[in-house]
Write a protein that binds this ligand. Structure first.
Ligand SMILES: NC(=O)c1ccc[n+]([C@@H]2O[C@H](COP(=O)([O-])OP(=O)(O)OC[C@H]3O[C@@H](n4cnc5c(N)ncnc54)[C@H](O)[C@@H]3O)[C@@H](O)[C@H]2O)c1
Length: 311
């Protein structure tokens, strides 16, 4: 049985579509929604990855594999308030590791390319995070490495590059730009808009994660890069082919990394051309207003420089 933590969020909800009868354990924060998984056959448990309740569920279902997507995932929110990030992104994985010592499952941890910072990075590169978000993710990776060394647990770390696609919360660049354009609002561009990210279509990403869940080796780190290096301005131009996009330059995010330049040395996988992925994504948001209309009052969607939000 596969136990998916954070399965009601963006990447997790694409992943659970690929496996049979998962148990989904999710706190349902602002980013986790039953709307994302109602059409998937699953067992649902509402719970916090960092809480002792996790053990009750692990004890009950005795999974062979635990895949952890649960995270506070938005950099702007981490700049305004890092504490949830420490709890979910560090205490959560440590809680899973402690359970793993008792219940002996394979733990597949989803990290991020942001742990490497701006330098070219293969899987052995040093971690050099820039934001409270990426620092919390890097901390979890270090705990995992220490548990592999100390307790010989069967754990592996996956570091995806920037993902895009359907059901992504509209605080993130691509859904925010699409939805604001549908609503004829300007799209804020942080700084010059020349920040480079390496984009991967979510469906491609979850296919690789599914494969690694079975074939990934204990103690390994796997980078999953999309091989689509694009500036934010180039992304907005691509979206502009399908919908009118009006941009507005705003101050840059503090500490904003200029580029993520991670590459993968271990895996071969299918990569959807970004033109096709963006076209599908724009179409999905155009056809699923019911999904995003309840979210547009969120200040991380509607404010132009949301890292100024007071906590
Ligand atoms: N989105 C990207 O571009 C990207 C890129 C690289 C890595 N990642 C990583 O992939 C993972 C999934 O990202 P995403 O974009 O799907 O995130 P998301 O914000 O869309 O979803 C996160 C999910 O975790 C749940 N969650 C949050 N706190 C929780 C807690 N304390 N206990 C249990 N559940 C909790 C939320 O309810 C939600 O369902 C994260 O670990 C993220 O760091 C994301």
């Amino acid at each position: 049985m596969i136990f998916v933590i954070g399965g009601a969020g963006f990447i997790g909800s694409s992943f659970v579509r690929k496996i049979e009868n998962p148990v989904i354990y999710d706190k349902l924060t602002y980013a986790g929604r039953m709307e994302n998984i109602n059409d998937v056959k699953h067992i649902f448990i509402k719970g916090d990855v960092s809480s002792p309740e996790l053990e009750e569920s692990i004890k009950k279902y005795r999974p062979e594999i635990v895949v952890n997507f649960a995270a506070e995932s938005h950099v702007d929110r981490s700049i305004n308030n890092p504490y949830n990030f420490i709890n979910t992104n560090i205490n959560g994985p440590v809680n899973i590791l402690e359970n793993q010592r008792k219940y002996d499952f394979k733990y597949v941890h989803i990290s991020t390319d942001e742990v490497y910072g701006e330098d070219m990075a293969d899987e052995n590169a040093c971690l050099d995070p820039s934001s409270p978000y990426s620092s919390s993710k890097a901390s979890a990776d270090l705990f995992i490495k220490s548990y592999i060394r100390t307790y010989d647990v069967n754990t592996l770390i996956i570091r995806p590059s920037n993902a895009y696609g359907v059901r992504q919360y509209p605080e993130k660049l691509i859904p925010k730009a699409i939805i604001r354009s549908i609503l004829k609002m300007e799209v804020p561009v942080y700084g010059t808009g020349n920040q480079v990210r390496n984009w991967i279509y979510v469906d491609d990403l979850v296919n690789v994660i599914k494969d690694l869940m079975i074939n990934g080796k204990k103690g390994e780190v796997y980078n999953i890069a999309g091989n689509n290096m694009k500036t934010n301005m180039e992304i907005l131009e691509m979206i502009g082919k399908y919908i009118d996009v009006k941009i507005k330059y705003v101050h840059d995010r503090p500490g904003h990394d200029r580029v993520y330049n991670m590459y993968n040395t271990k895996l071969n996988y299918n990569i959807t051309p970004m033109e096709d992925g963006i076209k599908n994504t724009v179409e999905w948001y155009k056809n699923n207003r019911w999904w995003w209309e309840p979210l547009i009052n969120d200040r991380y969607f509607s404010d132009d420089e949301p890292w100024h939000i007071k906590i």
